[in-house]
Design a protein around this ligand. Structure first.
Ligand code: LFR
Length: 487
């Protein structure tokens, strides 16, 4: 059966066509498009209508290449659109990197303690969380009738059906991770009207069929639209090709790097709260116990800065030179708030190096090496923390997503973590999306183990073995700890 996966990432979107059959799983890219934010006045927006237009064109092209049995939509998390009572979009969705949430986390923490928020939602504290975004616009919520997360908004435009899928709801910090319902009590206490929070959907649920007018306009049949793990990370984790019973950690590596382990129940200990680990909802009721590491965003924003200064560099070339640059010469805390917002990353890296008593990287290759070393160091810490906090052993780290193309980063991840890295598949989110649709339409994929087995048997993977330079990573980590104490 052939299925369309609409996978909208923070840097690019794509429509992929997947074919699933007994022992068969193929995925091909039908349409890829950039996802470029638009600054309007002082506010950073998503171009959500542009994404919708590209989505339609992608679905249409996918069906022309071979009849589709279903469509599933996943995207980055935490962002949303608001509808009025007549179902019209109220305003253009705002980008989670917009500065409207500055100071909001602190304001909310005076009303609801971090401990209480964590007890209910299990979520890590990040200024990007939906909760903080909604509080930042609380005065404008009066006109809103319904909140839809980005994939739910696209599904609504496709089908006319309203609802929010659970894996993405779990990233809002307005979802009760144990009761598996909206945390309406928390919402009310910060002025968010609970009426905004619509009915929840499970991955695999039938959302509806393409609206007749839309189907006609696109010359398509009224195809079914199915709920998938609509949070891209939830879909990506479905497609982690782990062996049944393996002790694995995963890194879903893209704009962000989501680093953690899979659990059956949320882990809400004081230590997990202090380490700022999140308990996001996964497909089939699993918990994604992980931390957001700043990810390839810092690298792409660095390349963007150089290009904006009229001096573009080629990624493959600069990574090759970075591989030859001195290892661990300068390392930064890649998760520092300084790296969250758009801007001149090389200047910020230099600044952080100076503040922490290190010589800033000089050449471009050194800047890139600093970023890649710092990412690998963050992976080392996070994988170990996840294992310790969850009482698990990690024997292998699975890296999935676009970051698997970065061989230097994969090798350094194996070196830093001290265990083998298995890298692939690249298009994990789209594969997870397709697999959940296929199951909903009757494919014999009863559980995550079956889906992962199929990915393992059909998709390319590359292994990286640690090169045994543990002492250098221990020393770099100690340097970072020391620097954190100085600043
Ligand atoms: C990855 C991701 C992360 C989420 C971040 C912001 O694409 O979905 O899981 O924390 O984007 O939405």
């Amino acid at each position: 059966m052939r299925l369309a996966a609409v996978d909208l990432g923070a840097s690019s979107g794509r429509v992929m066509a997947g074919t699933v059959g007994p022992g068969r799983l193929d995925i091909e890219e039908v349409r890829r498009f950039p996802n470029e934010p638009v600054r309007l006045g002082s506010t950073l927006h998503w171009d959500v209508l542009g994404l919708y237009r590209e989505t339609l064109a992608g679905i249409q092209a996918a069906h022309r290449q071979g009849p589709l049995a279903g469509i599933g939509v996943d995207s980055w998390a935490v962002d949303y659109g608001l509808l009025d009572a007549s179902g019209m979009l109220l305003g253009n969705p705002v980008h989670y990197r917009d500065s409207r949430t500055d100071g909001v986390m602190e304001w909310v923490s005076k009303k609801i303690s971090a401990r209480e928020l964590y007890d209910v939602t299990g979520l890590q504290q990040l200024p990007i969380n939906t909760l903080y975004q909604l509080v930042s616009e609380v005065d404008t919520l009066g006109a809103a009738a319904t909140l839809l997360m980005i994939p739910d908004l696209v599904a609504y435009w496709l089908t006319g059906e309203i609802g929010v899928e659970r894996t993405n709801a779990s990233t809002t910090q307005l979802y009760d991770v144990q009761a598996k319902q909206w945390a309406t009590g928390l919402a009310e206490r910060v002025g968010i009207p609970p009426r905004l929070l619509p009915r929840l959907r499970d991955p695999g649920e039938w959302i509806g069929t393409l609206l007749p007018g839309l189907a006609e306009e696109l010359a398509l049949p009224e195809l079914p639209v199915l709920a998938v793990g609509s949070h891209d990370t939830a879909s990506a984790v479905v497609a982690v090709p782990a062996e049944s019973g393996a002790n694995f950690a995963y890194i879903s590596s893209g704009t962000w790097s989501l680093v953690g382990v899979e659990l059956a129940e949320p882990e809400l200990s004081d230590a997990a709260l202090a380490a700022n680990f999140t308990n996001e909802g996964g497909v089939d009721g699993t918990i994604r116990f992980l931390r957001n590491v700043m990810g390839l965003w810092v690298l792409t924003e660095t390349l963007r800065t150089w290009a904006a200064h009229g001096d573009p560099v080629d990624l493959a070339g600069v990574l090759a030179s970075a591989a030859d640059a001195p290892a661990l010469a300068a390392v930064v805390d890649i998760d520092a708030p300084a790296f969250l917002t758009p801007g001149d990353m090389p200047a910020r890296i230099a600044q952080v190096c100076r503040e922490t008593g290190q010589r800033p990287p000089g050449t471009r290759a050194e800047v890139v090496r600093c970023i890649v070393d710092s990412l690998a160091l963050a992976y080392r810490r996070t994988v170990r923390l996840a294992a310790n906090l969850a009482g698990k052993t990690v024997d292998v780290v699975h890296v999935v997503g676009g970051g698997t193309r970065n061989h230097l980063l994969c090798q350094l991840t194996a070196d830093a973590c001290g265990v083998p890295v298995l890298a692939g598949p690249v298009e994990a989110a789209a594969l997870g999306n397709v697999l959940v649709q296929a199951r909903a339409l009757g494919a014999d994929l009863p559980d995550l183990a079956a889906m992962r087995g199929l990915v393992r048997r059909t998709q390319p993977m590359r292994e990286y073995r640690p090169s045994g330079r543990e002492a250098e990573w221990v020393a770099a980590e100690a340097r970072l700890d020391l620097a954190a104490r100085v600043t």
